[in-house]
Design a protein around this ligand. Structure first.
Ligand code: SF4
Length: 411
């Protein structure tokens, strides 16, 4: 029996007891003005499933019941659009067709396969979780919610999705799409990230799923509704198969749900980065495993400080981070990139090593590589754009690629 207090949702100071055979409500207080919304939406699951069967998109992970493939798709789809994920998904499964193949691969190969997809901790966590499954689950995706949630990078909703789609079980979901749909269906007037709201939404998710006799279809359908009709900025209520159960559509508040929290301004940093040449090779370094873009390779550099030119930034950063002196030459590229909590403009320069033994103080490793070897490593997106520009410059240069310094470095 589950006890839920809805006072934080501004519904009513009413305690509701839920059981899966039905539910009971305590009588409202006499002075309660707002009507009690119904938790249970009879006929909702059937209508949603019928709509899905007629309208669902044909997506590659819907043509398999292999828990491993479904797990990969669920992780890739976190904060990433379907169209972006599809080519990565196919290539990833081709390269790592089983949990065992993924577990045995070096992390560098996994990050290379993830290159450009963003949120790289997802790739690192997949790799770690595959090794955990080899050690503890015989190389199979576990079958209990508790074991699935114990895997690196797998939360309650992701675990529920994989167990539903891959093991035929019945678990409620609460990913971003489902949260948006539920916040409108129940006209939730508090931000979904608040603990009490999240808790209530899990209850909504459980109650609605309970009516379904086909958890696979229901869970696919509620996610599909959020992805295609009940979208963030333009919910298409006139086409919606569940409009008659939607409290926000009835109240005309669908555009105000989910409730948004005012965001702090996004900081913007200018980064000076160096393509450091020495004897025809380029120095790259590997970011620390823990932290943003962990394990990826990059051109050394760092944030521009106040009253500093970008060339001065490059000089200072290389001195501080590698203990080397360089001469700074032509600019290679200017690349803008947005991360989840900040934006950067990366300014990359040709530089020539002059003195000092490079010692990475803020990196896990470094390597001198030929320009033709650069793409053997995995990089963040902004660095990939620098490599594109670098290769274009080298191709345009009449100087042999093995000794580009003479013309590319007017220092
Ligand atoms: S009626 Fe509109 S707001 Fe409500 S679930 Fe459907 S699309 Fe979303």
């Amino acid at each position: 029996m589950l006890q839920i207090n809805f006072s934080t949702l501004s519904l009513l100071n009413t305690t509701v007891s839920l059981g899966y055979g039905g539910f009971m409500k305590k009588a409202p207080k006499p002075n309660d003005a707002k009507p009690i919304p119904s938790l249970y939406k009879q006929g909702f699951a059937t209508a949603l499933q019928d709509w899905y069967r007629l309208n669902c998109r044909d997506l590659p992970w819907r043509n398999t019941n292999d828990p491993y493939a479904i797990w990969v798709s669920e992780i890739m789809l976190q904060q990433t659009q379907v169209a972006t994920v599809i080519p990565y998904y196919g290539r990833f499964l081709q390269q790592f067709p089983t949990i065992e193949a993924l577990a045995k691969a070096p992390q560098s190969a996994v990050l290379k396969a993830w290159e450009g997809l963003g949120y790289y901790s997802r790739g690192r966590n997949l790799h770690k979780a595959a090794q955990h499954m080899m050690a503890h689950h015989g190389g199979k995706f576990p079958k209990t919610l508790e074991e699935a949630e114990a895997l690196c990078g797998v939360g309650k909703s992701t675990a529920g999705a994989i167990l539903t789609f891959g093991h035929g079980q019945k678990h409620p979901l609460l990913d971003g799409n489902v949260k948006r749909v539920l916040s409108r269906l129940y006209d939730v007037d508090t931000p979904p990230a608040e603990t009490a709201t999240t808790k209530a939404m899990w209850t909504y998710s459980e109650v609605l799923l309970e009516e379904s006799d086909d958890a696979y279809t229901y869970n696919q359908a509620i996610m599909e509704l959020g992805a295609t009709l009940c979208t963030p900025n333009n919910p298409q209520c006139l086409l919606c198969p569940v409009k008659q159960w939607c409290d926000a559509a009835a109240a005309g508040t669908q555009h105000e749900r989910p409730v948004k929290v005012a965001k702090a301004p996004v900081p913007h940093f200018h980064i000076g980065a160096a393509v450091i040449w020495h004897n025809g090779k380029i120095l790259i370094q590997q970011r620390p495993q823990k932290g943003l873009l962990g394990g990826l390779w990059e051109f050394p550099g760092g944030k521009q400080e106040a009253n500093e030119t970008l060339e001065e930034t490059v000089h200072r950063e290389l001195q501080e981070e590698l203990g080397i002196a360089v001469t700074v030459g032509k600019k290679i590229a200017t690349v803008k990139h947005a991360y989840s909590h900040f934006k950067i403009t990366l300014h990359a320069y040709h530089t020539q090593w002059v003195s000092g033994e490079p010692t990475p103080k803020c990196a896990d490793a470094m390597a001198w590589v030929l320009p033709t070897e650069l793409r053997q490593y995995a990089y963040p997106k902004a660095n990939l754009r620098v490599i594109d520009a670098l290769e274009e410059g080298l191709a345009a240069s009449k100087t042999p690629k093995e000794s580009p310094n003479a013309t590319l470095l007017p220092v």
